[in-house]
Design a protein around this ligand. Structure first.
Ligand SMILES: Nc1nc2c(c(=O)[nH]1)N[C@H]1C(S)=C(S)[C@@H](COP(=O)(O)O)O[C@H]1N2
Ligand SMILES: [Mo]
Length: 334
């Protein structure tokens, strides 16, 4: 077990739990120790996956109304729903991939409010009814790439963050957008206990440059697989930025603030040399402790059918977003 302040995203399954589960995993895999002679983070991840797959599918959320614009229905093999909602990172509910599905039922999403303020002419507080009334929902099939080198393809339901930002009328000083997750230690055990929460500072915070936030690919997401987000995926509203590593996709948002200065972000504060502000998916810029050249695609296969595939620059969205970073050194600005 690493000291709490040295925990990083890909290295978080406590050794004790790992050793407890190890025999069970080996048995289930029908394999010897050689199968697990991979780096610690990846090994813990294999373990997590096994445990996640062992779980019943997540309870379905309420069906949503949405359109399916042709341009966004990418013809890619989808990650099955039980994996999208059974294999999660949401450290407020524990570090293991199966923990959010098991523990996030305590999240209270009724009467949710989201506040948008800061460098805007028209600050707003919206509830979810207001959101659904003002912003028509769309299904969009996006790739999702976690910094831990696994990936999914997910049919999200949501709307462009840019539409909400236009409604609040950013001032000429607005250059960044800061996001904050709910802070409610009574509902989120990881916010009360540093061991459960992995030593992150809570509330979880994230940020984008204003031009990234205004990009049409950037969504506020309210559903997945046609239904309201289950709590483990960040109910009732979370961010989806498909060309960036998954940790930018902050969950269960209560506050959006437009700012002049670049806002602090949770993973960057924990380990600035490992997790940058930009976090653009990039096969040529490795994480200090593992390669980003390829990724494990989590599809419909079993644990032995994990498909390794090349990582794509900007996660396959370079055609749409590369112009945002013209002239920027992507190695320095990771
Ligand atoms: N509040 C909060 N948001 C979060 C996280 C978290 O721990 N807490 N994990 C991030 C990470 S690392 C990833 S990969 C994605 C995972 O989203 P998913 O579980 O819906 O696939 O959520 C991101 N958003
Ligand atoms: Mo992640």
């Amino acid at each position: 077990m690493k000291p709490v302040n040295k925990l990083t995203e890909a290295d978080v399954t406590p050794e004790t739990i790992f050793h407890q589960q190890r025999r069970q995993v080996l048995k289930a895999l029908g394999l010897g120790a050689a199968a697990l002679s991979v780096p610690g983070g990846a090994r813990a991840d294999v373990l997590s996956w096994f445990r996640g797959n062992d779980r019943p599918p997540a309870p379905a959320g309420r069906p949503l109304d949405f359109s399916k614009p042709e341009a966004w229905q990418a013809a890619l093999p989808l990650t099955p729903e039980d994996k999208v909602s059974g294999y999660n990172n949401f450290y407020e509910f524990g570090l293991d991939k199966a923990d959010p599905a098991a523990n996030a039922g305590t999240l209270k999403t009724e009467n949710w409010k989201i506040r948008i303020d800061g460098e805007v002419a028209k600050p707003l507080t919206l509830d979810m009814d207001d959101i659904f009334k003002r912003f028509p929902q769309q299904q969009r099939i996006y790739r999702m790439r976690c910094v831990e080198a696994w990936s999914m393809v997910i049919p999200w339901v949501g709307f462009e963050l840019g539409a909400l930002l236009k409604a609040v009328e950013p001032t000429s000083h607005a250059r960044y957008v800061a996001f904050q997750t709910l802070y409610a230690p009574d509902q989120m055990p990881g916010q009360k206990d540093r061991f459960i929460g992995g030593g992150l500072d809570y509330p979880y915070v994230e940020g984008l440059r204003l031009d990234e936030a205004m990009h049409p690919l950037t969504l506020l997401t309210t559903g997945v697989y046609g239904k309201a987000l289950p709590p483990q995926n960040g109910a009732p509203i979370r961010l989806t930025v498909p060309w960036k590593y998954g940790f930018k996709g902050i969950k269960s948002i209560v506050h959006i603030r437009l700012t002049r200065e670049q806002p602090p972000t949770t993973w960057n504060q924990l380990a600035p040399n490992e997790y940058g502000f930009f976090a653009n998916v990039n096969p040529h810029v490795d994480h200090p402790r593992w390669s980003q050249a390829s990724e494990r695609f989590i599809g419909s296969g079993g644990i032995l059918d994990v498909k390794r595939q090349p990582t794509q620059l900007f996660n396959g969205y370079a055609g749409q977003v590369a112009s945002l970073y013209r002239g920027l050194d992507l190695r320095e600005n990771y």
